[in-house]
Structures are given as C-alpha cells and as structure tokens.
Design a protein. Sequence first.
Length: 221
Amino acid sequence: MKKIKRTTTALIILIAVVTIISGCSKSEEKTQTSDKKDGISASNKGKKLTMSASDSKLEWVGKKVTGQHNGTVDITNGDLFVDNGVLTGGSFDINFATIKVTDLQDPEMNAKLTGHLKSDDFFSAEKFPTGKFVLTSITPLSNGTENNYTVGGNLSIKGITKTVSFPAAVKVNGDAVTATADFKIDRTLWDVKFRSGKFYENLGDKLIDDQIELKLNISAK
C-alpha cells in the first residue's frame, strides 16, 4: 500500500509539473505572437492618384548560363490610394505587347529576342497582352532602410494569378507618390517554362534561370 501511495503521489507531482510547464509555454507563445505585426488589408481608402505612364516603368533582367538580357515593359492604367500620407491600396496594368530589350544594340538580334519574348515560349503577348498587379496587403515597416513597406498583391500574367510579396520604398509628398521596389519572381509559376531546369533535362549551357529580376518604378499624382 505504501508503495502504491508513493507511486500515486509521484504521478500527481509529475502531472502538476507538466501542467505548469505547459502553461508557461502557452504564455510565452501568446507573447511572441502578440508582438507580430500582421499585414493590413488594402482598402483603397482616401484620395485616388493616377499613375503617370511616362514616369512609371517595369524593368526586367533575365539570366542564363551564358549571360543575361535586360529590358522594360510599360505600365499603364494605374492608380494608387493615399489616406493621411499613408498608402492604402492601388493597382496597375502591365502591357506585355510593349516588351523591349535594351542590352542588344544589333537591330536584327534585338528584334529576334523581342519577338521570342512575346511568343508562346514566354509571355504570349498576342493572347494575353495585359497583365495586372493589385495590392491586397500593406505592412508599414520601421527597419531603418529605405524600404518602408512590405506590400502583398495578386500578380496576373498569361491569365494566371499568383500572390507575391516584396519590400517597397514609398514616398508621399502631398498629392504625389513615388514608389520603387526590387524583387524576383519564379517565371514558371505563370507557365513560362522555356528552357527551365524544372521541366527539361540536360540543357547544359542553354539553361535559363527561373528567377526574373524586376525593378518597379511608379509615379502617381
């Protein structure tokens, strides 16, 4: 009987210790999650500002084993929304029919690559001339860098919409806004699979990187 009592007492003590530890863990977990800053859903609240097509552009860099190419795509029909000096939403169209290659000076080579980028191997510009980006979340940052927001949104290319997120530097000056961002996307998510190592084997020096580097410059007022 004494042995049973000792065993029972030990079990009670063990349960109590586990309960205390579990309670502490949950408390610590709540503290950690309560300090986390969640993204603020875009509301398009405030004043609507129209993007300047002449002052806004999307630059791209595509890399391959033997080098890289770069160029631009025009941004059209864009708006940003600002409320009390804070970005609250926005969207813009991307005109893939305007793809340009800026690193090739030879007219024939430039035209050949430009036509290939517009073809079904890449962006199918004739079938899907317009892409779109719509802000869905905006998180203000105070990280000591020029990027003062993390923006999330839906990026549509070739009729396919995927969620993306990237840091951006946004400056609001009265009724004028400028925004810049540098980020990368995986082209294969939008069915741009030409010479991708994910889908083709033994490409050797014909391999093209899946990551496309993008630089966004927007001006609106």
